[in-house]
Write a protein that binds this ligand. Structure first.
Ligand code: ATR
Length: 279
C-alpha cells in the first residue's frame, strides 16, 4: 500500500504573515518529499477543537504561533524538556496516539549563533533585553549553553524579576535605565523586544560603545533585518547576528519530526526569505 501523504500545518490568528509555509514548502520541494504544509487560521475559541481533530484530519503535526503557544502547552498530552522550561509550545506532533508539544525557539536561537558567531557560548555574561515569551526561550538557551551570569533587563522590571525567579541561579533582573551599567563585561547582548521594529524607530536601545570589543550582538527581530541596535553595533566593529537565522533554524526539528528528514538551512533558502520580506 502506498504511504499516506504527510501533512503538517502552522496555525495562528492571524496567520497570513507567517513565513513558515515558504520555509517548509522550500524543503519539501528540495528534498522531493510527497507532503504538504499549510497555514490555518484558528481563532482562540476553536483551538482545542482543532487540536482534537488533528489525527482524523491526517496531520503528522504542525507549528503553533500567536496567540496559541500557551494554550498548546496546556492542551498537549506530553511535552519535551524545552517546552516545560519555557512554558510555551511552538511545535506539535502525534506519537502513539498522543499529542506532543515541543519548543524549538531556544534551539533556533543557539543554532543561529553557532552558525554566524561560533564560540559565542564560551563567555559567561549575557545581557537580554526584554522579559516576554521570546526572552524566556532565550534565557533557557543561554542557561543550557552554560552561561553563568544572565542579566535580564526590562522596561517593566517586575516581569524581569519573575523570569529570573523562574530560571533561578545566575539570572538577575534589572530596570531598562540601568542597562549601561551592565555592559562592560558582557560577551553577548540579545534584544528580544520590539524596539527597532516600528517604522521610524531608528535609535539603538543601548549605547553599544559601552560593550567590550569581543561582544556579540544579536536581535531576534528580523524586520528590518538590520535593526537600529545591529546597525549601531556593526558601526562600532562588533560582531552582529540578525534574527532571520533563528526563524529558519527553529523550523528544522519540526520538519524532521513530521517528514522524517532533517533539512539544511542553506543560503539559497535564506535569500528566498529575504527577498520575500522585502516584497
Ligand atoms: P514576546 O512574546 O515577543 O516576547 P511580549 O511578551 O509582548 O512579546 O514581550 C515584549 C517585550 O518587549 C517585553 O519585554 C516588553 O517590555 P514590558 O514587559 O515592559 O512591556 C518589551 N517592549 C515592547 N515595547 C517596548 C518599548 N517601547 N520599550 C521598551 N520595552 C518594550
Amino acid at each position: 500500500m502506498a504511504e499516506r501523504r504527510k501533512k503538517a500545518f502552522v496555525c495562528g490568528h492571524p496567520i497570513k504573515h507567517s513565513r513558515s509555509p515558504k520555509i517548509h514548502g522550500y524543503w519539501l520541494n528540495e528534498l522531493g518529499i510527497d507532503g504538504s504544509y499549510e497555514a490555518i487560521d484558528v481563532a482562540p475559541g476553536d483551538f482545542a477543537r482543532f487540536l482534537a481533530g488533528l489525527s482524523q484530519a491526517g496531520f503528522a503535526g504542525g507549528n503553533v504561533t500567536i496567540p496559541h503557544k500557551e494554550a498548546a502547552f496546556t492542551l498537549a498530552h506530553r511535552r519535551d524538556e524545552a517546552a516545560e522550561a519555557i512554558g510555551a509550545v511552538n511545535t506539535l506532533w502525534l506519537e502513539d496516539g498522543l499529542l506532543w508539544g515541543g519548543n524549538t525557539d531556544a534551539y533556533g536561537f543557539a543554532a543561529n549563533l553557532d552558525e554566524y558567531a561560533p564560540g559565542w557560548g564560551s563567555g559567561n555574561v549575557a545581557v537580554v533585553l526584554g522579559a516576554g515569551g521570546a526572552s524566556r526561550a532565550i534565557v533557557h538557551a543561554l542557561k543550557k549553553r552554560g552561561l553563568g551570569d544572565i542579566r535580564i533587563v526590562n522596561r517593566t522590571v517586575s516581569r524581569a524579576v519573575e523570569l529570573a525567579d523562574h530560571f533561578g541561579d545566575g539570572i538577575s533582573a534589572h530596570p531598562l535605565p540601568a542597562v549601561g551599567e551592565l555592559l562592560s563585561d558582557c560577551g553577548l547582548l540579545v534584544n528580544t523586544t520590539s524596539l527597532g521594529m516600528a517604522d521610524g524607530d531608528e535609535t539603538s536601545p543601548v549605547d553599544v560603545s559601552l560593550l567590550p570589543a569581543h561582544a556579540v550582538v544579536t536581535d531576534i527581530v528580523y524586520v528590518p533585518l538590520e535593526t537600529p541596535l545591529l546597525a549601531a553595533a556593526s558601526a562600532r566593529g562588533l560582531k552582529t547576528v540578525d534574527g532571520l537565522g533563528m526563524l529558519l533554524h527553529q523550523a528544522v526539528p519540526g520538519f524532521d519530526r513530521w517528514f522524517g528528514q532533517r533539512p539544511q538551512v542553506s543560503s539559497e533558502l535564506r535569500d528566498m526569505i529575504v527577498a520575500d520580506l522585502g516584497g
